[in-house]
Design a protein around this ligand. Structure first.
Ligand code: NAD
Ligand code: MG
Length: 401
């Protein structure tokens, strides 16, 4: 039996995780659920899965949820705030933590799970992107088991040699090939992209996801973040991590070996497959995902990414080469720019422009603690917002022209 904390249980990954748990009730027991929004859904989840704790971020939400839970006869205790997220990620009775908060907001709790030696199912790529060295060192020191949820990294994990010791090269691995759908704007020109709306950007052709990662897929920053994620997860030099566009999202990623073999993991684009893989690992458990019908799909296509139209991918590789502060700045500027875009305050093409400006303005420095990460994150957020404000009117007008 695994005892689970799900950080971000009301999000796209959180809901899919509970769906897989529900299909395998003899294997899992829920200790804690957490959410910042969709508190009504959190209430429903608490009534169904009866966790010991529910964590929210705002006091008003906590008071209301606790009243409603009591009224329905539930014994779930409601906690509030970031320290409470850290607490439920590190409770002694918890064996497994699903890290599915979006953005750097998930960093402290995910890192707490790593320090506490938990089995971590990592969806929250921004924690690894912004604090890769700290995070991997906490995992090693505590003996945590880290299982990737991101479909590409889960695929790579499945295609890697079973028993690894030493470098990728020593294990015969030549390249990691991360597949990318190309997002909803794969075939658009830059001129067409300057006109797209948030509603078009979040309508991903293959995957149903939260709004932030959907915009990241549209700009291809998602793939950029995934290159950085792969660097940390597999101890891979950026030069051996390649991105290939595969619009059908059936091959979730591949590992190429020195003998010319390429191992791929395939499946329908349904996050319940990597979630079930990681929840059950090393056993296989049912996920509820439809089985793949390759004859019905017919064709699998591949093309090279175009970094002229999707500069975020290049910016991510560049930041990874530059250093830890550049990567934190890249992530922070992206989080702020995506939120501004979703609120209709900037245009789609302003996202890479802002990121480039902010990354080049943030000085490189040593990142040794979580406070260092947060300081660079905060500075980068302020720079992004101030770079947004005066430009917004001209950019938006230009985009609409
Ligand atoms: P989402 O927006 O659907 O859900 C995010 C969850 O985090 C919600 O429960 C929300 O209440 C909570 N949350 C948001 N901000 C918070 C804050 N400041 N403090 C505490 N909790 C907060 O996001 P998602 O699509 O489920 O993505 C979650 C993570 O998984 C992201 O890092 C994303 O990149 C990664 N991921 C998602 C998918 C997918 O298919 N959705 C695929 C691969 C990786
Ligand atoms: Mg992914």
């Amino acid at each position: 039996m695994q005892f689970l904390t799900i950080l971000g249980s009301t999000g796209s990954i959180g809901v899919s995780t509970l769906d897989v748990v529900d299909r395998n009730p003899e294997r899992f027991s829920i200790v804690a659920l957490t959410a910042r929004s969709r508190i009504d859904l959190l209430l429903e989840q608490c009534c169904k899965f009866r966790p010991r704790y529910a964590v929210v971020i705002e006091t008003a939400h906590a008071e209301r949820l606790q009243r409603q839970l009591r009224a329905s006869g539930s014994e779930t205790e409601v906690l509030c705030g970031i320290a409470a997220l850290e607490k439920v990620a590190a409770l002694p009775e918890v064996t497994t933590v699903m890290a599915a908060i979006v953005g750097i907001a998930g960093l402290r709790a995910t890192l707490a799970a790593a320090h506490a030696g938990k089995r971590i199912l990592l969806a929250n790529k921004e924690s690894l992107v912004t604090a890769g060295a700290l995070f991997m060192s906490a995992v090693k020191t505590s003996g945590s088991v880290l299982l990737p949820i991101d479909s590409e990294h889960n695929a790579v994990f499945q295609a890697m040699p079973g028993k690894q010791s030493g470098s990728l090269k020593n294990n015969g691995v030549r390249r990691i090939l991360l597949t990318a759908s190309g997002g909803p704007f794969r075939t658009l020109s830059l001129a067409q992209m300057s006109l797209v709306t948030p509603e078009q950007a979040v309508a991903h052709p293959n995957w149903m996801m939260g709004r932030k990662i959907s915009v990241d897929s549209a700009t291809m920053m998602n793939k950029g973040l995934e290159v950085i994620e792969a660097h940390w997860l597999f101890d891979a030099d950026p030069s051996v991590i390649e991105v290939i566009i595969h619009p059908q999202s059936v091959i979730h990623s591949m590992v190429e070996y020195c003998d010319g073999s390429v191992l791929a993991q395939l499946g329908n684009p349904d996050m319940r497959t990597p979630i079930a893989h990681a929840l059950g690992h090393p056993s296989r458990i049912s996920s509820g995902a439809d089985f793949l019908d390759l004859a019905a799909i017919g064709t699998l296509q591949f093309e090279r990414p175009d970094t002229a139209r999707f500069p975020c991918l290049r910016l991510a590789y560049d930041a990874l080469k530059t250093g830890a502060a550049a990567v934190i700045a890249l992530n922070a500027a992206n989080e702020v720019a995506v939120a501004e875009f979703l609120d209709h305050r900037i245009g789609f093409l302003d996202i890479p422009r802002l990121i480039e400006t902010v990354v080049s303005a943030v000085p490189e420095r040593t990142i040794a603690t979580i406070e260092d990460v947060e300081a660079v994150d905060q500075l980068s957020r302020e720079l992004t917002l101030s770079a947004c404000a005066p430009r917004t009117s001209t950019i938006t007008a230009g985009a609409g022209a």
